[in-house]
Design a protein around this ligand. Sequence first.
Ligand code: HPA
Length: 393
Amino acid sequence: MKPFKSKDFRPDEEVEDLYGPPEMFGLPDERTDESDDAAPEFIDEEQERLRQLRDTQVQLAYGPPVTMTPDLLKDQEVQPVYGPPEWFSNTPDGFFSTAPEIPPVLRGDAMNGMTVPGFDRLMKCYHQLRAKTDFVPKVALVLGSGLGGFADEEVDITCTVDYSEIEGFPRSTVLGHRGRFVFGFVGDVPVVVMQGRVHYYEGYSMTDVVMPARLMSMLGAEVLFLTNASGGINADFSAGDFMLIKDHISTFVPNPLIGQNMEQLGTRFPDMSRIYSEELNGIIRSTASELNISLKEGVYVQLTGPSFESPAEIRMLRGLGADAVGMSTAVEAIAANHAGMKICGISCVANLACGMTDNPLTHAEVQECADKAAPKFKALIGGAIRKMGKIGG
Ligand code: HPA
């Protein structure tokens, strides 16, 4: 068996072994013709590791910490992350660990060479979603602040699924982010729309933050259309402008691909030389020009937030070549690119970045400006998606 590549990955196929064959890990293949299973010594190592875990406190991919019992250890589905007890002391019951003293990369992600529980959880979320709908979208759209109304007004809705209906799926906690998938049609293009996204600053690991993008790719979406509200850094920008995202800087946030690579989705070291598709950019440009909507272009930089930047940070970001700053998008684009999707993004410049005006920044101001720009933004996005039906063939 060859390692899965995103293009031939079919989530509905039985996956032979979450750990994969030895060659996936660069190990010599010591299997004989009689044995279809993974190399025996690999299993032995795994069982030995699980034996050592028995009776220790572990943090599962989600939920409160549990004590490993022989029964749990027998369960192939359990992919524990372990650590000293103090990591788990503050863990809220019932959902993801968000204890601030646990470094995000150690929560639900790979550590000490262990398997990525994120993939197991992704599959579970996928199967739960598939049990609710067999809809196959072509375009996946992520709606940023102020844009939630697009899904209600512009999409001919087939069905909706609240994030809270999917066990193990991260929930959006930001005011104004509704928290559901909307399936339906824009023109004749089948779409899945995220009405509300999750952000790193909400306390989720980056694996959780990018899970929705991966899930939408597994549902069949070929295109990921990202939208957001941002602060304008480029001195030529004004509040209310739209910026086509030509490239991004993600260096200030953890890379979402950190941890054991999900071979089923994509390669370990994915190329990022053309993250945002020129073909899709061309569609957005022509739509903007037909609708008489002025469109800026530039580089988006993602910071963690939730605090806005300082004036000195904005000067630094401008020096680095950024045109707009925000708290989302770049990591989703990285994960989607890893999974082989075509990506495009438009940012609504909701305010001029800190230090560029005398006014202090508030979320209310960002929301207000995004709301004002929403009708034009919706027309642009809707018009562009209508043209995306022919992408890929
Ligand atoms: N900074 C970061 N994120 C933002 C901003 C900003 O000025 N405006 C909207 N999102």
